[in-house]
Design a protein around this ligand. Structure first.
Ligand SMILES: [Zn+2]
Length: 151
């Protein structure tokens, strides 16, 4: 995996200022896409009823940041994935981008952790994450499926 494309560009601080000023919405997402093409892999509206505790946690986090829940954004890599592999690299902009999105009400998750329901498109845990959640005794469905219990 090559993380070079996620290293801080020279105009990092200008970009951070620009992103901070933008409200949640299309322009913000487009600006991030132009800084990091293909970092955002998929955007999902909300979590499936089967994972209502994640939806609730998200509401709480948004409330604490004085924002409204926006969308779930699945990304290629998180900043600490980059740091774990390349300790010398600088990934402050990627980290700040995640912080800015979270504060504006977005829920940032890794691609591969969630999939859209094959019927309604709401977010469901991937099989891998489901197994981890189950081991942690989190409130997940009895068995994994690629669609909601209700769909
Ligand atoms: Zn569904």
């Amino acid at each position: 995996m090559n993380y070079a494309k996620y290293q801080d560009p020279e105009n990092s601080s200008e970009l951070i200022e620009q992103l901070r000023k933008l409200p949640a919405g299309e322009e913000l997402i487009n600006s991030i896409n132009s800084v990091y093409p293909s970092w955002i892999v998929q955007i999902i509206d909300n979590y499936s009823q089967d994972y209502s505790y994640l939806e609730n946690n998200w509401k709480i986090i948004s409330k604490m940041a004085f924002s409204q829940p926006q969308k779930i954004i699945l990304v290629d890599r998180l900043w600490y994935d980059a740091v774990a592999v390349d300790r010398k690299g600088k990934y402050e902009l990627l980290k700040t981008t995640c912080d800015i999105l979270t504060k504006k009400g977005y829920c940032i998750r890794r691609e591969g952790e969630f999939i859209p329901c094959s019927e309604c498109g709401k977010a469901l845990a991937s099989f891998g994450l489901f197994v981890v959640m189950k081991e942690k005794n989190l409130p997940v469905p009895e068995t994994w499926a690629d669609k909601c219990g209700e769909c």
